[in-house]
Design a protein around this ligand. Structure first.
Ligand code: SAM
Length: 364
């Protein structure tokens, strides 16, 4: 994962920067929780230098959008309390292959905008990149006040491999993620990996945060209360798997490549998330919400073909790097064209939605 995963870099048509509106909507939905969490943190103690981190920041406008919101929240609060503006030290984290160059190039205009809008008594604000894997330690002991992470912790630390029956046949045959016909043992392997990853994530963050420090994260989850009809899929990755399976039938992809591979993501239920936080034990949950966001285009386009293309571009910007590593670059254009058409077809009958989980926790 350290070597192969990155969102599509740059600012071109296929980039994450241009295809992350769903993630932006989720981030905007989390803003009231962000303001509340920062407010409680600031009222509990007013440090001279606030140390904050965004984990899995990627590149593109969303990373700076979140920084701006955080700075504005603190600024509004300190004005209300008639306090001096704190210094900000903000770390942007992602895996080593992330397009940090693009992100860092946008920092001067961000500083400039802050200076222009907030005037001379603001900050200073120091932004730094902190590349590394968040399933492990990234920062010194008790050095941070607040950690944020949006749409990142549903990524797993590895792709599950060698899931075979006692006779050596692949257990998740014909799929790239959990699908209706996936056997229980594969669900269990995914859940087990999720628990191990999240336990390490929580333990690492609790060591990095000060006592009383706060963390807010959102992730894609799974609504266990929904009963799907026969023609519904449980998630958009099932449709992607079906597209790859069609390409196997057409002789464009080797069957073993599909059968051997399981996507390194897991969409947990709210109960699974609560359980892992409580079992790990470092954090106290202060806010826990679920909400849905539509997979419709940002312009609210009802044209089904456009909706399919839009969903495919969103998924491509996120998954192209790991799909290329496994299946090869030459099939990518064809795969996402077919996928867009499958999504449009599906959306004729069903609304595409992401089910999200938002959690705010306090250390200690
Ligand atoms: C969908 S993007 C979300 C980006 C941004 N937070 C947003 O909401 O637009 C998920 C990001 O998490 C990063 N990521 C996944 N696993 C990671 C890990 N173990 N350590 C650090 N970053 C990781 C990915 O590289 C990717 O940039």
């Amino acid at each position: 994962m350290d070597q192969s995963l990155c969102m599509n870099g740059g600012e071109g048509r296929a980039s994450y920067a241009q295809n992350s509106f769903v993630q932006k909507q989720v981030m905007s939905r989390a803003m009231p929780a962000l303001q509340e969490t920062l407010g409680e943190l600031y009222l509990a103690s007013v440090p001279e230098c606030l140390k904050l981190a965004d984990l899995g920041c990627s590149s593109g406008p969303n990373a700076l959008l979140f920084l701006r919101e955080m700075i504005d929240s603190i600024d509004a609060m300190r004005k209300k309390l008639n306090k001096k503006e704190p210094t900000f030290q903000i770390f942007l984290n992602d895996l080593f292959n992330n397009d940090f160059n693009n992100l860092i190039r946008s920092i001067p205009s961000f500083y400039e905008e802050l200076r222009r809008e907030k005037g001379g008594d603001f900050g200073p604000c120091f932004i730094a990149a902190m590349p590394g894997n968040f399933y492990g330690r990234l920062f010194p002991d008790h050095s941070l006040h607040f950690i944020h992470s949006s749409y990142s912790v549903h990524w797993r630390s590895q792709a599950l491999a060698n899931l075979v029956s006692e006779f050596g046949s692949p257990l998740n045959k014909g799929h790239i993620y959990l699908a209706r016909t996936t056997p229980k043992s594969v669900h269990e392997a995914y859940l087990d990996l999720f628990k191990r990853d999240m336990t390490l994530f929580l333990k690492s963050r609790s060591e990095e945060l000060i006592l009383g420090g706060r963390m807010l994260f959102t992730m894609i989850g799974r609504d266990a209360t929904v009963n799907l009809s026969e023609d519904q899929v449980s998630n958009i990755y099932e449709l992607l798997g079906m597209t790859i399976s069609d390409m196997v039938q057409e002789g464009l992809i080797e069957e073993e490549k599909l059968d051997d591979w399981n996507m390194p993501i897991y969409l947990p239920t709210p109960k699974e998330v609560r359980h892992v936080i409580q079992k790990e034990g470092s954090f106290h949950i202060t806010r826990f919400e679920t909400f849905k966001r539509s997979a419709r285009p940002e312009m609210g386009d009802d044209d089904l073909q456009m909706r399919g293309k839009y969903a495919a571009a969103t998924i491509r910007a996120v998954f192209e790097s790991i799909l290329t590593t496994h299946f090869g670059e030459e099939i990518m254009d064809g795969l996402f064209e077919k996928f867009a058409s499958k999504v449009s077809h599906y959306m004729k009958l069903h609304e595409g939605e992401y089910f999200n989980i938002l959690v705010s926790v306090k250390n200690g």
